[in-house]
Ligand binder design. Sequence first.
Ligand SMILES: Nc1ncnc2c1ncn2[C@@H]1O[C@H](COP(=O)(O)OP(=O)(O)OP(=O)(O)O)[C@@H](O)[C@H]1O
Ligand SMILES: [Mg+2]
Length: 641
Amino acid sequence: MMGYNISIGIDLGTTYSCIAAWRNGYVEVIANEQGHRTTPSYVAFTPTERLVGDEALYKGGINYKNTIYNIKRLIGRDFWDEDVQSDIDLWSFNVIEKLEKPYVRVEYKNEFKEFTPEEISSMILTKLKDNAQDYLGEEVKDAVITVPAYFNDAQRRATRDAGRIAGLNVLQIINEPTAAALAYSLNETKKGKENVLIVDLGGGTFDVSLLTINNNIFTVKATAGDTHLGGEDFTNRLVDYFVEEFKRKYDKDLSTNPRSLYRIRKACDRAKCILSFSDYASIEIEYLFDGIDFYSSITRAQFEELNSDLFEKILEPIERVLSDADLDKSDIDEIVLVGGSTRIPKIQKLVSSYFDGKKLRKTVNPDEAVACGAAIQAACLLGDFSETIKNLKLQDVIPLSLGVRIRGDIMHKIIKRNSPIPTSKTIKCRTYRDNQSSMKFRICQGERTLVKDNITLGEFSLNGITLAPRGEVKIYLNYDIDQNGILHITASEKGTKLSKKITISDCKGGLYQKDIEKLIKEAESYKEDDKRKKERIKTLNSLENYLYDLRNYLKTTELNHFLYPNLYQTTPPTPPTTPTIPPTPTTPTTPTMNLENEIKLIKTVNSMINWIHEHHNASKEDYEDKIKELKEVAKFIKKLC
Ligand SMILES: Nc1ncnc2c1ncn2[C@@H]1O[C@H](COP(=O)(O)OP(=O)(O)OP(=O)(O)O)[C@@H](O)[C@H]1O
Ligand SMILES: [Mg+2]
């Protein structure tokens, strides 16, 4: 296969996302237009525009109802999911139910609009893609996207669909800890077999994967985790604590006001991060609620106490992967920490103590390792021949068992958890009634015995079965899991042509192909909006540059003898009543230049600077008009026109 130059990896995080590129044998993280190497997974809608990333986060305090965050906590889930219901109470934006799926409802350009989690995620992906395109100077099309290892089938499919809506060709969906292992290994020169435990605690999810790395062959032995445990939950505990304190002090419930809630949440997130480096953090928010300024503080010990039960939860998946992989603590060669929340000292202490004080590996960047690993995998899939990744092979597993409902509401496991992927397995079923013409299958995922305690991925029927006495007709049910960990199912009657092939999205929960096509078209329309926005900002920049060039130029003219330093004032200075005409310069700037022109220009420059302050959202055309106006006034200065 031809070697490609650039391969893209994307870590679509609950709180922050990151994009990395592999080119010329190296991986590099691509910073966004603000120079930040990770981009907040925030999307905001305003009366005039749609903002993604840092801009959406900055303006969240005033636009809290239409600022969407934590969308990864909704993707691929049902509206009535317990976690979804408890999250909704804490968010400042509106989540509604449509066909049992959660949709976010926002006001955008003065109209109410509803978006699926896939669409919001696609907006974040598009932003990352655009940043990469601007930086690399080429179109970005193919990418590997990561998901938490413990994401179920519905969540994986929804993430892949988000990638498609963003116009990406999703080469593969890979697990976040596996990607981190690839990045870790690239930094190491070690050869030979190693058992590596990746502990990934991010903003919304927790994953543990145990891999054997042997000369560029990565074999995941077991994986476990919690798709609803991360930094956001630790922040929530702080929010609850301060809401209570506020109630005690002022007898008022600030949680009834979404804006106050949004603001205290931001402050708590900051305090939480400070507590990783300091024993104490303070909170100061002016006019938090009912005109009350709120000042308080918290110690690291208090923070740890508030979260002790959540912190303890991280040990269970670690124990489980060891037992599933049939390994002992002492068999682990390296423990690699990934994800922003592994900076919390107590988390590090818990993991290290569990492994009898073992030193933890902190050589990979916890915020960037996942995206870097995804870029490495993309390079391998696209046939890059670089020495460091040559012959690299990845063998991942499915995180949760897949099965089908059988009588007694029991889940019969067809493919067990931690089975290597891709994989395929077929079971045989028989009709259980005379002349049975149809058979219904309920597809489930999870480890519990009863169907009701597991996730139901979907349901479908095979109709038109040959009529015969019970037990005589055999139906084959095949489960096929692809490289992305996504399930495809075929049910067929033995000896006939009757067969039905389905992907789960065809029967429940996910988006249909036609929905995706429609959403791709809609995403294109946002592209136009983004283009217009870029042009508007470019024109504003041209206007500002022009104004500042003129202002600097005017400083050098003879007139500044009596005008300078007032030139910088926003109100134009009044020239002396009887101005002394400055002496004619030895080399006059232009023949038509005179005091009157200069004064007019100074007035125009100053008033336009004021105008910009008040019209930051003006249209591209307005800015163009101003440039024209300015050119007219400044036409006597040839070199700046
Ligand atoms: N110094 C710190 N101390 C404590 N928490 C931190 C620190 N720095 C970042 N975090 C937390 O880490 C989380 C972000 O980490 P990361 O970017 O790895 O998560 P994510 O990729 O967005 O989420 P996920 O992987 O779960 O989808 C946030 O909750 C943030 O508050
Ligand atoms: Mg992450």
